[in-house]
Design a protein around this ligand. Structure first.
Ligand SMILES: *Cc1c(COP(=O)(O)O)cnc(C)c1O
Length: 426
């Protein structure tokens, strides 16, 4: 099996002949992945932010089975169904009241494409053909499709190979006032200047609220987000918030923008929406923006084949029910405080530049890029699954993780970092 995989199956951001040993996962339950060897390891990544309730969850399994026996899919053009309507009701009721419409798509990147299209069409339909640019941020990450790539950090955004073919957007300095730090207006200066100079050609600003994820794992001050909202209003550009990574409780608020109590014009959600069971995303939008898009009889020009897939919507409904009826906030807070006592110890290690913690997210920024080939088996040996990238070793465990399991994760990180220092000295 592994042999065929190695020869033919491509993996994310990886060479066709993998540089690290591929692990074959047989099954997963709770916070554990079971490998082919029978070994069980704790998933510290929630399969990239998504598996908030852990694996093999009875309630989610039941929702999938029940929907499967009714219909797993039906086209969304001219037809609709209860799972989508119910999910729309829930999502619109738990997000900002300004958001009144919702567009379902198959992945986070596509929900970003839809958000960008909404912004372009909003201005275009009203006869403003100059607003063709997006103001985005350094160290931002918004997905891998072409429109999404064009708003990712041109350097850390993993897409430098496409520079010549991407739409040229405008980039502001990454938010430099970190979460919990004292605010100063100097932190918004660069953004303000870019907006002031270019607002006539800017359709929208796109930003990951409070936590910049894959582009750098940085947590920044809610005041920054507040100021961005104020300036977008002042200079008449739309604000797109990308909550694909941060949504559904991860940062300690249900949505990260709640830390700043701002109201987006367009909001993208994905990743944890189905509890990590299948791919589903959504773009939520205000009435004002939809009215603008449809000025002059236009309609939003997008429609994926698997739009609002009933199976995915049914599981998302079950996942949201599970989340909203649980004490998720208390759980995320307790993960945060455990990380603050255990993971913070890594700050004493000479290879660690900084430890950052917010909600159920813990990040070690090292002084140099990580040697994945060495590090991955070291983590597995200690019973955990982690997937560092560049200089970042980070965890965002399923919310259902218990104290002992989280302790295993944090001590594995500490021990591996200590072993790494010795390995590097050899
Ligand atoms: C993962 C991610 C995306 C892309 O989502 P996919 O489902 O991988 O296409 C976009 N924005 C943010 C902030 C993300 O974390």
């Amino acid at each position: 099996m592994i042999d065929f995989d190695t020869k033919h199956v491509l993996h994310p951001y990886a060479p066709s002949v993998p540089s690290t040993d591929m692990q074959l996962v047989k099954s997963a339950a709770g916070v554990y992945l079971e490998l082919e060897s029978g070994e069980k390891i704790i998933d510290g990544m929630s399969s990239w932010w998504s598996v908030i309730h852990g694996y093999n969850v009875p309630e989610l399994n039941a929702a999938a089975h029940e929907q499967l026996s009714k219909m797993s899919h039906v086209m969304f053009g001219g037809l609709t169904h209860e799972p989508a309507i119910k999910l729309a009701q829930t999502l619109l009721s738990i997000t900002d009241k300004n958001l009144e419409h919702i567009f379902f798509s198959d992945s986070g990147s596509v929900s970003v494409e839809v958000a960008l299209k909404m912004a372009y069409q909003y201005w275009n339909s009203q006869g403003n053909k100059d607003k063709t640019k997006i103001l985005a941020f350094s160290q931002g990450y918004h997905g891998d499709t072409f429109g999404a790539m064009s708003v990712c950090d041109p350097i850390t955004g993993m897409h430098s190979a496409f520079e010549g073919v991407l739409h040229k957007n405008i980039f502001a300095e990454a938010p430099m006032c970190m979460f919990g730090s004292v605010w100063d207006e100097k932190y918004i200066k660069d953004f303000k200047e870019k907006l002031q100079e270019n607002h006539k050609v800017i359709a929208a600003v796109i930003l990951e609220p409070i936590v910049q994820g894959a582009g750098g794992m940085r947590m920044y001050s809610p005041v920054f987000l507040k100021r961005v909202r104020e300036l977008c209003t002042e200079f008449e550009v739309l604000l797109i918030l990308d909550e694909i990574a941060t949504g559904f409780g991860r940062t300690g608020e249900l949505f990260a923008y709640e830390h700043a109590q701002v109201s987006p014009d367009i909001l993208c959600v994905g990743k944890a929406l189905t509890g990590g069971y299948m791919s589903l995303a959504a773009t939520l939008v205000s009435k004002k923006v939809m009215l603008g898009v449809e000025t002059g009889g236009n309609v939003l020009m997008h429609g994926p084949t698997f739009m609002a897939n009933p199976l995915a919507c049914a599981v998302a409904n079950a996942s949201l029910e599970l989340l909203l009826n649980s004490d998720w906030k208390k759980k995320v807070d307790s993960i945060e405080s455990q990380l603050k006592t255990e993971l913070i110890k890594c700050e004493d290690l000479e290879i660690v530049k900084e430890v950052r913690i917010l909600g159920a997210i813990g990040v070690l920024e090292l002084k140099e890029d990580v040697d994945l080939v060495w590090m991955t088996p070291e983590f597995i040996k200690r019973g955990v699954w982690l997937r560092p990238f560049n200089r970042l070793v980070y965890i965002m465990p399923p919310f259902v993780i218990n104290e002992k399991e989280l302790g295993t994760l944090t001590s594995a990180i500490y021990d591996v970092m200590k072993a790494y220092i010795i390995y590097k000295q050899q």
